[in-house]
Design a protein around this ligand. Structure first.
Ligand SMILES: Nc1nc2c(ncn2[C@@H]2O[C@H](COP(=O)(O)OP(=O)(O)OP(=O)(O)O)[C@@H](O)[C@H]2O)c(=O)[nH]1
Ligand SMILES: [Mg+2]
Length: 328
């Protein structure tokens, strides 16, 4: 049966064939279908094109669903450590990340402002540490991927509002974490079966401690907790104790800074290498270059635990601030 297609069909078909993206193809195909007269002779053609259209629409829909790798909750680690800033709504998590890093997450007096994680880099001692602002940890609204983000973090900053039932806020947040098999590292001994748990170092940040008048409230908060907690009172608004907070983050990450030195030259004290505590000269050689690792003959160290220029072996454990000269 003749199809009797109008000239508009052939123009639309050209555009459809030239379309590159799925979205563009859908628009062109719909246009193409609208040019086809509806009669018995075009039944097959219309059915074919309808099938193609639904295939394209399905393609578009599945590409919209972010894969695990594209998810906003999968934040690529940068710098010397990744720190998840978590806690109940309105505690000041976004304010903290906005003040300490180059990121600008939205801050608002209305709770439930943040819906997606936002990473930012914080300079502490001359190294960069990544802070990640997160949506509020609330049983009714939390997305399960947030717990994956927390499990991957090197450190948790649990922010509570010191002026709004901080004990309840802390206990509630810990209970939610526990329900998802996440617990503070310092409580590890309390768990008889550790197999399914992720233990992450955790520091409690009691925010909104704006002036000295709040210090008493902070003391009571500490006394009301049943155990010893790593706690720090801060005020993001008034920038109280934020330097202490940065220092604590550095310490809790258990990292050291080590500087390299070329024989006969002054050490480069600008850009340290960052290692986990307990790393050795061999670890440093591996980080500098494969050749250094494979052909290392000797190393000399200047630092607190070695006398200046002391020759050391590959298994020498590096210390914070060491200057190391590798020789191959
Ligand atoms: N007084 C006082 N208010 C603060 C302080 N830090 C943050 N705020 C205020 O607390 C409110 C909430 O701040 P956000 O940073 O948006 O809190 P959040 O924890 O990110 O909130 P959600 O994204 O909703 O979970 C805002 O009105 C801030 O200005 C502080 O140190 N002192
Ligand atoms: Mg927020």
């Amino acid at each position: 049966m003749p199809t009797n297609l109008p000239p508009g069909y052939f123009d639309a078909e050209k555009r459809y064939r030239a379309a590159e993206s799925t979205a563009e193809k859908i628009v062109c195909l719909e246009e193409l279908m609208s040019t086809i007269p509806k009669h018995k002779g075009t039944d097959h053609l219309r059915a074919d094109l309808r099938r193609q259209l639904s295939k394209l629409k399905a393609e578009k829909k599945s590409s919209k669903r972010p894969s695990k790798h594209q998810s906003a909750f999968r934040v690529v680690k940068e710098g010397a450590g990744q720190v998840a800033v978590i806690g109940p709504a309105n505690a000041g998590k976004s304010s903290l990340v906005a003040t300490l890093t180059n990121a600008s997450p939205e801050v608002s007096e209305a709770p439930f402002t943040t819906w997606r994680p936002t990473p930012g880099m914080m300079l502490v001692k001359n190294i960069q540490v990544q802070l990640v602002d997160t949506p509020p940890l609330d049983r009714d609204y939390v997305e399960s991927e947030l717990f994956d983000l927390i499990r991957r973090a090197d450190l948790i900053l649990l922010v509570v509002d010191l002026l709004t039932y901080p004990v309840e806020q802390l206990k509630n947040t810990l209970a939610i974490l526990d329900e998802h098999n996440i617990a503070p590292l310092h409580l590890k001994e309390q768990y008889t079966d550790e197999r399914y748990m992720s233990f992450i170092p955790l520091l409690v940040v009691a925010n909104k401690c704006d002036d000295k008048s709040c210090d008493g409230v902070f003391d009571i908060f500490g006394e009301l907790l049943e155990e010893e907690w790593p706690l720090l009172p801060v005020s993001v608004t008034n920038e109280r104790n934020l330097d202490d907070l940065k220092q604590s983050v550095f310490e809790q990450l258990e990292i050291i800074r080590v500087y390299s030195k070329i024989p006969g030259e002054e050490p480069d004290l600008g850009e340290p290498f960052v290692f986990k505590k307990g790393s050795t000269v061999a670890d440093m050689a591996a980080k500098v270059h494969k050749d250094f690792y494979e052909n290392l003959k000797s190393a000399r160290v200047w630092g607190s635990s070695a006398f200046d220029g002391q020759m050391v072996q590959k298994d020498y454990i590096l210390q914070e601030g060491d200057v190391v000269e590798l020789r191959i």
